[in-house]
Design a protein around this ligand. Structure first.
Ligand SMILES: *Cc1c(COP(=O)(O)O)cnc(C)c1O
Length: 393
């Protein structure tokens, strides 16, 4: 489906200056409706889209209009969300290092709640709220010490990671909050990592949350309004055409089956990658074919400044040559596909099979909707990549 569409867009892609991001907003609509369908089955389940995955305004607006809230990790993201139609009380704010101006901005706007990651941060939020004559809703991000089977750079829920409050300190921080008149304790927050494909990782998180809730109950802390389980569901980077929509059914069913919510308790999710990952492609042009002693390089006009994931995490993306009809001819030559940036890590793929490629061919790097455009930089004084959606074609 998506494969045909990309192929069909070739003529229009040819007229645009490369490199650029292309968002398939039909696929996004389909993905959003699958999520909606799964979460609407349960009373009190709600998704705050993790904005850091993709903050493209058109994508944001579409997600907002589908009825989702936003999970922000900076003041800039809060501003972007407000500008793109998200009501303030649908925004939650996480992050280990919230600056004073960001806390002020969030309080001024009236966001839903802060996901607080330490006692010093709680104290600063309380102090600023007092000064502004506001009440800050706070949820505590607890480090559940649950590992996830994913890349070590993107696990966040282990005791060794910088994120969250140690689970042993949970009772203490709630008691501190209860003694602060300018803050209201509203919930617990967790996030164990990203690109997680094994449901037993989420299952382990559920067991841990159940334990912690029992502990709170035993301590007489009855009112925990929200449980927020973060995001982390992965996508199929190897087969974007076969699996354009992640397995939301298994993901949500895992929580329905294993997490024991208390009566009236609300369950919040913060998916990012799974919402937008498969909807984005990076379109780039082959500048040169370079024959080296041991290797053949395809040098393209996109670089790590446009898509940092391969350089940053060793991420692998499916790559196709749109011009050389990869869909009709078998891939036959092994290339290293590299960008123009002055860094050896500016490599998108090594020993990658493509049909014979030539200068001027359009290549498409797939599954870059999440952590693609948002991570773009201007290193080497490069321009930021352009972005288009289905509606622009
Ligand atoms: C990044 C992040 C998410 C989203 O993670 P995905 O793997 O993209 O779903 C959710 N919550 C928090 C707190 C995050 O930092």
């Amino acid at each position: 489906m998506t494969k045909r569409l990309l192929q069909d867009q070739k003529e229009r892609f040819e007229k645009l200056k490369t490199p650029f991001y292309y968002y398939d907003t039909d696929l996004l609509a389909e993905t959003l409706s699958v999520i909606k369908c799964e979460t609407d089955k349960h009373e009190g389940w709600h998704l705050h889209y993790a904005v850091k995955a993709c903050a493209n305004p058109k994508v944001l607006r579409q997600i907002q209009q589908a009825g989702f809230g936003a999970d922000c990790v900076s003041g800039g993201e809060i501003r972007t969300c407000l500008e793109n139609g998200f009501p303030a009380d649908e925004i939650v704010f996480a992050g280990v290092g919230k600056a004073d101006w960001e806390i002020e901005l969030a309080l001024e706007a009236g966001i839903q709640y802060f996901n607080v990651e330490s006692i010093p941060e709680l104290e600063v939020i309380a102090e600023i709220a007092t000064r502004m004559n506001k009440i800050a809703n706070v949820s505590f991000r607890i480090n559940p010490d649950v590992g996830a089977h994913t890349h070590s750079h993107i696990t966040t829920g282990l005791a060794e990671n910088k994120f969250g409050i140690a689970k042993e300190d949970m009772l203490h921080v709630i008691q501190v909050a209860e003694g602060l008149p300018s803050v209201r304790f509203v919930g617990l927050h967790f996030h164990i990592g990203s690109q997680i494909l094994q449901m037993d990782d989420f299952e382990a998180l559920c067991y841990r949350i159940n334990e912690l809730q029992d502990e709170l109950e035993a301590a007489g802390i009855a009112e925990v309004h929200n449980i927020n389980v973060g995001g982390g569901l992965g996508i199929d980077y190897d087969n974007p055409d076969e699996n354009p929509i992640p397995d939301f059914k298994s993901y949500f069913e895992t929580y329905a089956k294993y997490l024991k919510l208390r009566p009236g308790q609300r369950l919040h999710f913060e998916l990012g990658r799974a919402v937008v990952g498969q909807c984005g492609s990076l379109i780039t042009r082959c500048l040169y074919i370079k024959q080296a002693k041991q290797k053949q390089f395809v040098i393209v006009d996109a670089g790590m400044t446009d898509l940092m994931r391969p350089a940053l995490y060793g991420a692998k993306h499916h790559i196709q040559n749109l011009t050389s009809s990869i869909f009709h001819h078998p891939s036959s030559i092994k290339y290293d596909i590299v960008g123009p940036i002055c860094e050896s890590s500016d490599t998108f793929a090594k020993d990658y099979l493509l049909p014979e490629s030539r200068r001027g061919d359009l290549l498409v790097i797939r599954s870059v909707g999440a952590y693609g455009e948002t991570m773009a930089s201007q290193y080497n004084c490069r321009e930021l990549p352009q972005a288009y959606t289905t509606a622009d074609m």
